[in-house]
Write a protein that binds this ligand. Sequence first.
Ligand SMILES: Cc1ncc(COP(=O)(O)O)c(C=O)c1O
Length: 416
Amino acid sequence: MTERHPTRAAGPQDQRLRERAGAVIPGGMYGHQSASSLPSAFPQFMRGGRGARIWDVDGNEYVDLMCSYGPVVLGHQHPRVEQAAAAQAALGDCQNGPGPVMVDLAELLVQTVDHADWAMFAKNGTDATTMCCTIARAQTGRQKILAAAGAYHGAAPWCTPRPAGVTPQDRANLGYYAYNDLASVQRAAAEAGGDLAAIVVSPFKHDAGYDQELVDPAFARGLRALCDAVGAALILDDVRCGFRLHLGSSWEPIGVSPDLSAWSKAIANGHPLAAVLGGDAFRDGARQVFVTGSFWFSAVPMAAAIATITALREERAVEAIKRSGAELRDGILAQARAWELPVSYTGPDAMPYLSFAGDADRELAGLFAAAALRGGVYLHPRHNWFVSAALTGDDIARTLEATDQAFAAVRKHLGQ
Ligand SMILES: Cc1ncc(COP(=O)(O)O)c(C=O)c1O
């Protein structure tokens, strides 16, 4: 997105780092955290965070509504998580074999997530979604995977949203359906015929850049019934939503169990870890595949995950997120009404997405995000936000002050 209404540029430290990065990192930065498509005031480089507050390299402080794009759920530097990580680090992290924490964590996940009888670990969400597909193929002896058109399941050639470097063969065994449209799944499944290994689905439609759509429970039940009827795996991609919406699989509240689920982001409150959880019916497939990585069995993130899941439960974090998310939604929607700006505020309160009516090129969203940033709140113009359990009353008040100023900036831009 080009910013047609530049505010201030990012600070001098950030500028210097960008210049140095431009020489030694392709494009200066890459991937989802590249600030190149954000309004120019957004910093690229961050110094640190604590609770719901973060600081960029120039020392500017923000209330964090992006939570590192999902990994931070309890707040930055959560004391219990960091203590557990430090205690494990003092013993060892990357060793010739995993620590006992691997078994402890697998047991805890099996206790915490209804559909899980076993757990495997990796580093990133892409590892987990890819492993789910591989396990489904190993178990069923079939090849085809169905995914929702436009859904994000990671950055491997089978699922990256950018075509560069991807061959048609990488996608040869994929079929696509429309989210919440069971007839489209049935059509794609019929095309796959007897070769359907799995259907991949996210807990709700959270495609970046579009209004979010909650899952229709009848659609979820229909997917379950279809997979049962044809002997394919239902894979729930809980990488983005996992442990933010529910302390269990995100479809437990609607009573639909996947066969396999992919997790990462929030499970260790920012420490690098991913998991695949599965039911007994897919245990053999999971046993057969060869999946591994040099850092997959590091003990520190596993210790952090145990502390995270324990804190999520004991601190009733999901409820806190829901409460803060509802307060933000009510406040922001009241402000939009007061400024007479038609907006959509979609997705669960814990992971909201704000868009302006008629803002096809996201110009107003960019203006809003840049103004919120000036007011001390870090939120995103084209991606769902993440509400953490660390938001205090002060953080919410500061956020609402900043969003009010941001709506004022949009109103001024459009004329009174
Ligand atoms: C739903 C979903 N699946 C998979 C991924 C890939 O995770 P990672 O970036 O950790 O590989 C993401 C990342 O944003 C995601 O949101």
